[in-house]
Design a protein around this ligand. Sequence first.
Ligand SMILES: [Zn+2]
Length: 269
Amino acid sequence: MLINIKKILADNPSPSTYEGTNTYILGNENLVIIDPGPDSDKHLSKLINYIGKRKVELIVATHHHADHIGLLHKLSSIKNSPIFIGRGQINTFYKYDSRLEERCSLFESTILTREFRINTIHTPGHSSDHYCFHIPSIALFSGDHIMGWSTTMIRLPDGNMRDYLESLELIKNLSHEQILPAHGEKILDGKKRCQQLIAHRNKRSLQVKNTLKNAELNLSEITEIIYGKINKKLIDYAKYTLEALLENMIENNIIKKEKKKDIYYYSIK
Ligand SMILES: [Zn+2]
């Protein structure tokens, strides 16, 4: 089976989106769109140009962040195409834009289109409503769960490190020819990338453990020790993900936290 896959990059580069959000358009005549992208007229006209007179059979999105579903309602209205969402996306999507409710139907574990079948995989971690879309022996569309250029950001309370690691385990063993992320280039060895990401988290946990060996430190102090001098714009993202890791280590009884004058201090348990 050969499926035509077109990637259209949105013009929203930033420290958290890399070069911008990738919108994927799949199929020949009956198109499926994954992650319409940010609410940008320029991006919308790029999509409309590519689509031309063809039918958009359905639209899905990996999660509710604005750089993924900003255009969702507009595109769905213009092309008169239904949106399919997972159960885990009902609250977040409708909260983002209440008008979506009338255009959305629920998907279950698979979506059958006219041209192919997509397996939907709930992969919380980056966000609680995150889904990956898998077309066996073609590609895994990984959204922000696995990115092409860096590790993903996990921000509490919607993001969760334990969920993220479980989601990595879940998709590690899928037979994906390639991973197509929402940010960055395609990844050819998906299994290896999952293993690297899991190893990276384990290494960070070890670093935190060593850092806290004889010390009681707050989040800013730990971030500075672990990440060293990094770009100021990136420091907040590093902090969010580190905080999620610290919470996970508390759950695992490795460390504990104590509030002193409104600031949490972390130490070994
Ligand atoms: Zn995101």
